[in-house]
Design a protein around this ligand. Structure first.
Ligand SMILES: [Fe+2]
Ligand SMILES: [Fe+2]
Length: 263
């Protein structure tokens, strides 16, 4: 796979569909970029994909739901792979409000996204979406301070934003179907890229933050950057602990980039 590719959406947990893309990172592999639709009584879109695949992304989304029915757009954080199509979807979905925190609202304001449709939520608070409550959760790793994942308290699905992502060599239906060594290596590599601070933190306090996530008893972990993961929570937690001992990632420099482009 040499260019960003959207696959067909798929059911990844009860009431939850994934719109999943793979983005090639030269020399590193494929990065999954997932958004999710929770078919709650008040439907929730979690993140909005990449702008470069906007038309196709919106076609897939609007095949799943009439945009007029969309009530909430939960932005896990204001990175371009999470809010790529936010402006267009806000236009198409007049009843939808953005869920974010104060800092996320500020960043989106700088990017020109209208703030009069924002609903502010902090970790530990809940959003009532009619037939269930969504608990705002701080994931154990992140690359932006506003990052806020969520737990669907009805079916115990955890949406972990960038956390528990992995670089992959080929697409997979699920994380548990991947070769264990490839999954471990891909998770560690992604964690060192996305959270370069991991190598500097105190292992005991990081272990505490993993315990906080473990206590949520998620049946499925839906990362923005991993296929759906079921029944492998402790493995994913251990890979993040391993990442604290891995060397910090530095990307290719200009000479290496030119070599790659020539190849
Ligand atoms: Fe990010
Ligand atoms: Fe991301």
């Amino acid at each position: 796979m040499n260019e960003p590719t959207l696959l067909e959406p798929g059911l990844v947990a009860k009431d939850t569909t994934s719109i999943n893309a793979y983005f090639p990172l030269p020399g590193l592999g494929l990065l999954p970029i997932n958004a999710f639709l929770i078919n709650a009584q008040q439907p929730v879109l979690v993140d909005t994909g990449l702008a470069s695949m906007g038309k196709q992304f919106r076609e897939q989304l609007y095949n799943l739901i009439d945009p007029a029915d969309l009530q909430w757009i939960w932005i896990t954080h204001a990175d371009p792979d999470h809010l790529g199509n936010l402006k267009d979807i806000l236009n198409d979905a007049p009843n939808a409000r953005i869920v974010t925190c104060y800092l996320g609202m500020g960043k989106m304001g700088i990017l020109g996204i209208p703030l009069d449709r924002v609903y502010l939520l902090n970790p530990g608070q809940q959003l009532d979406v009619g037939d269930r409550k969504l608990l705002a959760v701080s994931p154990p790793t992140y690359d932006a301070p506003e990052t806020c994942g969520l737990l669907d308290t009805k079916n115990h699905t955890l949406f972990s934003a960038d956390s528990f992502g992995a670089l992959m060599q080929e697409p997979s239906e699920s994380a548990e179907a991947m070769n264990t060594d490839a999954l471990r290596e891909g998770c560690i590599k992604w964690a060192t890229i996305d959270a370069p601070w991991l190598s500097k933190i105190d292992n005991a306090s990081f272990s505490d933050s993993l315990s906080d996530i473990s206590r949520l008893n998620a049946t499925t972990i839906l990362s923005s950057h991993l296929p759906p993961a079921r029944g492998i929570n402790s493995e994913l937690f251990s890979y993040l602990m391993d990442a604290t001992r891995a060397p910090r990632f530095f990307g290719p420099d200009q000479a290496a980039l030119e070599k790659m482009m020539a190849a």
